[in-house]
Design a protein around this ligand. Structure first.
Ligand code: MTE
Ligand code: MO
Length: 315
């Protein structure tokens, strides 16, 4: 059983040491002055995060035995190219994002296509906390204490029609709020997609909170995807559109480099990225590297969906 399994390397996790190691590393990377600025700017400009009422809700530890990564690491070491391509750019620039009010366009092969207010799609009285591993394709990882609802609960609400085979997601693309859109590093809006069985899998989670509070802008406020057996770039942020399709959508990263980023993007230590190995990963806050697990350790819950598929071809 996944929840109970505990391996040697999980027992050495120490979040206090981890945080210090992260901070030291960040100071080395940015220089002490830049690091100081990075911590001051967002705290002055960002709205205080409201607490979310998830404490009484179900709490599920899907990262057996591992503590969540330090909040500072999760909120200051990000990928969100709409706010810049540097790891500290999102924390510095995402205060421009206006996550309230928020609406989501729902279209395609659904019974109830409409533009919904976020509260009409997500039941904020039924939030869960889930501790998920997060493995970026760049071979670093963290452990995230997400708060949200299963994606399947939203799909049930909008009514999946029988011809629908894929779920496609789009991020907001607003130049006023997102300075990174000035650079054509990706084809905006950022688009991701799941096969229907993947979307309906209980692990697929729509995240609205982190560490007991509303999701910070840099992590994809007000709602982003978490699919922990897949590489981080599948975790599309600040979702404004959900479309159900019959055809397999082309995702942003596939379009930008089809040899490097496939549709499935399942974490797989045996299939290298063309430019680097995926066999090991650096857990942010730790020194050294640890082995990467097939499906990021979630094989028991997801491997069946890929039975008979050649995962080197369907990467
Ligand atoms: N819209 C959008 N979503 C995105 C990205 C992005 O650049 N734009 N980056 C992805 C990548 S590569 C990763 S690793 C995760 C990072 O999520 P985090 O910053 O909350 O850790 O977000 C993903 N979602
Ligand atoms: Mo990533």
């Amino acid at each position: 059983m996944l929840i109970k399994r505990k391996e040697k390397w999980q027992e050495s996790e120490n979040s206090v040491t981890g945080e210090n190691a992260y901070l030291n590393r960040r100071n080395i990377l940015l220089g002490a002055a830049a690091a100081g600025a990075a911590t001051i700017i967002p705290s002055v400009l960002a709205q205080p995060q409201r607490k979310l009422n998830a404490l009484s809700a179900r709490k599920t530890d899907y990262s057996p035995g591992e503590s969540p990564s330090p909040e500072e690491a999760i909120t200051q070491y990000n990928n969100y190219y709409e706010f810049g391509t540097g790891k500290s750019d999102p924390a510095q620039n995402a205060w421009r994002l206006q996550p309230k009010p928020w609406s989501i366009q729902v279209d395609g092969l659904v019974d109830k296509p409409a533009t919904y207010g976020i509260e009409d799609l997500i039941d904020f009285n039924a939030l869960e906390e889930r501790i998920y591993r997060h493995r970026c394709v760049e071979a670093w990882s963290m452990v995230m204490p997400w708060i949200g609802v299963p994606l399947s609960s939203v799909l049930k609400k909008i009514g999946v029609q029988s011809g629908a085979k894929y779920v496609r997601f789009e991020t907001l693309a607003d130049k006023e709020q997102m300075p990174g859109l000035r650079w054509p590093v990706l084809d905006w809006p950022y688009t991701e997609a799941l096969r229907m069985d993947e979307a309906m899998n209980d692990l697929s989670f729509l995240v609205v909170g982190l560490y007991g509070k509303e999701l910070p802008n840099q992590n994809g406020a007000p709602v982003r995807l978490a699919v922990p057996w897949k590489y981080g770039f599948k975790h599309v942020k600040s979702i404004v559109r959900i479309s159900l399709t019959e055809e397999q959508p082309v995702t942003t990263w596939q379009a930008s480099a089809p040899r490097e980023y496939g549709f499935y993007s399942n974490v797989n230590p045996e299939v290298s990225h063309p430019r680097w190995s995926q066999a090991r990963e650096r857990r942010i806050g730790e020194f050294g590297r640890r082995p990467t697990e097939m499906f990021n350790g979630y094989g028991e819950l997801v491997a069946d969906m890929y039975a008979g598929m050649d995962l080197a071809r369907n990467f």
